[in-house]
Design a protein around this ligand. Structure first.
Ligand SMILES: [Cu+2]
Length: 202
Protein backbone atom coordinates (compact mmCIF):
# COMPACT_ATOMS: atom_id res chain seq x y z
CA UNK A 1 0.00 0.00 0.00
CA UNK A 2 2.76 2.39 0.98
CA UNK A 3 4.56 1.67 -2.29
CA UNK A 4 1.39 2.34 -4.22
CA UNK A 5 0.97 5.75 -2.58
CA UNK A 6 4.58 6.64 -3.33
CA UNK A 7 4.07 5.44 -6.90
CA UNK A 8 1.02 7.67 -7.30
CA UNK A 9 2.89 10.64 -5.83
CA UNK A 10 5.80 10.15 -8.23
CA UNK A 11 3.46 9.82 -11.22
CA UNK A 12 1.71 13.02 -10.18
CA UNK A 13 5.04 14.80 -9.90
CA UNK A 14 6.09 13.61 -13.34
CA UNK A 15 2.77 14.72 -14.86
CA UNK A 16 3.13 18.14 -13.24
CA UNK A 17 6.64 18.45 -14.60
CA UNK A 18 5.45 17.50 -18.08
CA UNK A 19 2.65 20.05 -17.91
CA UNK A 20 5.10 22.74 -16.93
CA UNK A 21 7.31 21.77 -19.79
CA UNK A 22 4.29 21.91 -22.10
CA UNK A 23 3.55 25.48 -21.09
CA UNK A 24 7.01 26.52 -22.22
CA UNK A 25 6.83 24.57 -25.43
CA UNK A 26 6.48 27.62 -27.64
CA UNK A 27 9.98 28.62 -26.59
CA UNK A 28 11.62 25.26 -27.14
CA UNK A 29 12.22 23.41 -30.36
CA UNK A 30 10.63 19.96 -30.49
CA UNK A 31 13.96 18.32 -31.09
CA UNK A 32 15.68 19.90 -28.10
CA UNK A 33 17.09 17.62 -25.45
CA UNK A 34 16.28 18.31 -21.82
CA UNK A 35 19.77 19.71 -21.36
CA UNK A 36 19.09 22.22 -24.10
CA UNK A 37 15.82 23.22 -22.38
CA UNK A 38 17.68 23.96 -19.16
CA UNK A 39 20.23 26.07 -21.00
CA UNK A 40 17.43 28.04 -22.66
CA UNK A 41 17.36 30.49 -19.71
CA UNK A 42 17.61 34.18 -20.54
CA UNK A 43 21.27 35.09 -21.05
CA UNK A 44 22.88 37.67 -18.83
CA UNK A 45 24.20 40.87 -20.29
CA UNK A 46 27.43 41.85 -18.62
CA UNK A 47 29.57 44.92 -19.16
CA UNK A 48 33.02 44.36 -20.63
CA UNK A 49 34.61 45.17 -17.29
CA UNK A 50 38.34 45.28 -16.88
CA UNK A 51 40.70 44.94 -13.97
CA UNK A 52 41.67 48.06 -12.05
CA UNK A 53 43.71 50.52 -14.05
CA UNK A 54 43.63 48.50 -17.25
CA UNK A 55 43.07 50.20 -20.53
CA UNK A 56 42.13 48.12 -23.51
CA UNK A 57 45.16 49.26 -25.49
CA UNK A 58 47.81 47.69 -23.24
CA UNK A 59 47.10 44.19 -24.52
CA UNK A 60 46.24 43.66 -28.20
CA UNK A 61 42.96 42.10 -27.04
CA UNK A 62 41.29 42.92 -30.33
CA UNK A 63 43.99 41.19 -32.36
CA UNK A 64 44.07 38.14 -30.09
CA UNK A 65 40.28 37.92 -30.26
CA UNK A 66 40.35 38.20 -34.06
CA UNK A 67 42.65 35.16 -34.26
CA UNK A 68 40.50 33.24 -31.82
CA UNK A 69 37.29 34.05 -33.72
CA UNK A 70 38.90 32.97 -36.99
CA UNK A 71 39.85 29.68 -35.33
CA UNK A 72 36.38 29.23 -33.84
CA UNK A 73 34.71 29.76 -37.22
CA UNK A 74 37.11 27.31 -38.90
CA UNK A 75 36.31 24.63 -36.31
CA UNK A 76 32.58 25.27 -36.74
CA UNK A 77 33.12 24.49 -40.44
CA UNK A 78 35.14 21.35 -39.57
CA UNK A 79 38.16 22.99 -41.21
CA UNK A 80 41.21 21.90 -39.21
CA UNK A 81 43.60 23.45 -41.71
CA UNK A 82 42.22 26.97 -41.30
CA UNK A 83 42.00 26.44 -37.53
CA UNK A 84 45.71 25.56 -37.54
CA UNK A 85 46.56 28.70 -39.54
CA UNK A 86 44.62 30.81 -37.03
CA UNK A 87 46.49 29.05 -34.20
CA UNK A 88 49.83 29.90 -35.74
CA UNK A 89 48.88 33.54 -36.22
CA UNK A 90 47.64 33.71 -32.63
CA UNK A 91 51.02 32.43 -31.41
CA UNK A 92 52.68 35.21 -33.44
CA UNK A 93 50.33 37.84 -31.96
CA UNK A 94 51.00 36.64 -28.41
CA UNK A 95 54.75 36.79 -29.00
CA UNK A 96 54.43 40.50 -29.82
CA UNK A 97 52.85 41.50 -26.50
CA UNK A 98 55.13 44.03 -24.81
CA UNK A 99 55.19 42.91 -21.19
CA UNK A 100 57.18 45.98 -20.14
CA UNK A 101 54.22 48.22 -20.98
CA UNK A 102 52.05 46.50 -18.39
CA UNK A 103 51.43 47.61 -14.83
CA UNK A 104 52.05 45.08 -12.05
CA UNK A 105 48.38 44.17 -11.72
CA UNK A 106 48.01 43.83 -15.48
CA UNK A 107 51.18 41.78 -15.68
CA UNK A 108 49.99 39.35 -13.04
CA UNK A 109 46.59 38.96 -14.66
CA UNK A 110 48.08 38.49 -18.11
CA UNK A 111 50.76 36.03 -16.96
CA UNK A 112 48.07 33.85 -15.42
CA UNK A 113 46.58 33.18 -18.84
CA UNK A 114 49.28 33.96 -21.41
CA UNK A 115 51.35 30.76 -21.19
CA UNK A 116 48.29 28.55 -21.20
CA UNK A 117 46.78 30.44 -24.13
CA UNK A 118 50.04 30.14 -26.06
CA UNK A 119 50.31 26.42 -25.43
CA UNK A 120 46.80 25.69 -26.68
CA UNK A 121 47.23 27.95 -29.71
CA UNK A 122 50.48 26.10 -30.53
CA UNK A 123 48.85 22.67 -30.34
CA UNK A 124 45.93 23.80 -32.49
CA UNK A 125 48.44 25.26 -34.94
CA UNK A 126 50.43 22.02 -35.11
CA UNK A 127 47.52 19.60 -35.58
CA UNK A 128 45.85 20.59 -38.84
CA UNK A 129 44.88 16.98 -39.63
CA UNK A 130 43.59 16.14 -36.15
CA UNK A 131 40.46 18.17 -35.53
CA UNK A 132 39.42 16.09 -32.51
CA UNK A 133 42.69 17.02 -30.84
CA UNK A 134 42.35 20.67 -31.90
CA UNK A 135 38.89 20.78 -30.33
CA UNK A 136 40.25 19.40 -27.05
CA UNK A 137 42.69 22.30 -26.87
CA UNK A 138 39.98 24.72 -27.98
CA UNK A 139 37.95 23.88 -24.86
CA UNK A 140 40.79 25.16 -22.67
CA UNK A 141 41.76 28.02 -24.97
CA UNK A 142 38.17 29.26 -24.83
CA UNK A 143 38.35 29.44 -21.02
CA UNK A 144 41.53 31.51 -21.32
CA UNK A 145 39.89 33.80 -23.86
CA UNK A 146 36.88 34.26 -21.54
CA UNK A 147 39.33 35.30 -18.79
CA UNK A 148 41.15 37.61 -21.20
CA UNK A 149 37.87 39.34 -22.08
CA UNK A 150 36.95 39.60 -18.42
CA UNK A 151 40.25 41.24 -17.49
CA UNK A 152 41.20 43.18 -20.60
CA UNK A 153 37.91 43.98 -22.28
CA UNK A 154 36.11 42.90 -25.40
CA UNK A 155 38.19 44.90 -27.87
CA UNK A 156 35.26 47.25 -28.46
CA UNK A 157 32.96 44.64 -29.98
CA UNK A 158 29.89 42.89 -28.59
CA UNK A 159 30.74 39.29 -27.77
CA UNK A 160 28.69 36.29 -26.71
CA UNK A 161 29.67 33.57 -24.28
CA UNK A 162 28.08 30.39 -25.57
CA UNK A 163 27.73 26.99 -23.95
CA UNK A 164 27.21 23.55 -25.45
CA UNK A 165 26.18 20.83 -22.97
CA UNK A 166 27.20 18.05 -25.35
CA UNK A 167 30.79 19.13 -26.00
CA UNK A 168 33.74 17.82 -24.00
CA UNK A 169 32.31 14.29 -23.90
CA UNK A 170 29.05 15.47 -22.39
CA UNK A 171 30.70 17.58 -19.70
CA UNK A 172 29.91 20.75 -21.63
CA UNK A 173 32.15 23.56 -22.85
CA UNK A 174 31.99 27.28 -23.50
CA UNK A 175 33.23 29.38 -26.38
CA UNK A 176 33.27 33.08 -27.22
CA UNK A 177 31.51 34.27 -30.35
CA UNK A 178 31.16 37.52 -32.27
CA UNK A 179 27.68 36.59 -33.52
CA UNK A 180 24.48 35.92 -31.61
CA UNK A 181 23.61 32.95 -33.77
CA UNK A 182 24.96 29.62 -32.47
CA UNK A 183 27.67 28.09 -34.68
CA UNK A 184 29.08 25.24 -32.64
CA UNK A 185 32.88 24.87 -32.97
CA UNK A 186 32.93 21.57 -31.04
CA UNK A 187 30.34 19.62 -33.03
CA UNK A 188 30.61 21.40 -36.39
CA UNK A 189 28.31 20.12 -39.12
CA UNK A 190 27.12 17.26 -36.91
CA UNK A 191 25.11 19.66 -34.73
CA UNK A 192 25.87 23.22 -35.83
CA UNK A 193 23.23 24.93 -33.66
CA UNK A 194 23.66 22.93 -30.44
CA UNK A 195 24.12 25.27 -27.49
CA UNK A 196 22.92 28.63 -26.25
CA UNK A 197 24.10 32.13 -25.41
CA UNK A 198 24.93 32.44 -21.72
CA UNK A 199 26.23 35.99 -21.59
CA UNK A 200 26.28 39.02 -23.82
CA UNK A 201 29.43 41.05 -23.24
CA UNK A 202 28.93 44.63 -24.35
CU1 LIG B 1 48.02 18.86 -28.18
Amino acid sequence: MKNLIIGVAITAAILTACNNADNNKADVKQTDTSAAKISKATPDTVPASTIAGTTASTIPAKEILAGYIQMKNALAKDNGKDAAAAGASMVATLAKVDMKSLSDVQMKSYMDIADDMKEHAEHIGANAGKIVHQREHFIMLSKDIADLVKNFGNGGQTLYKDFCPMANEGKGAIWISEVKEIKNPYLGSKMPDCGSVKETIK
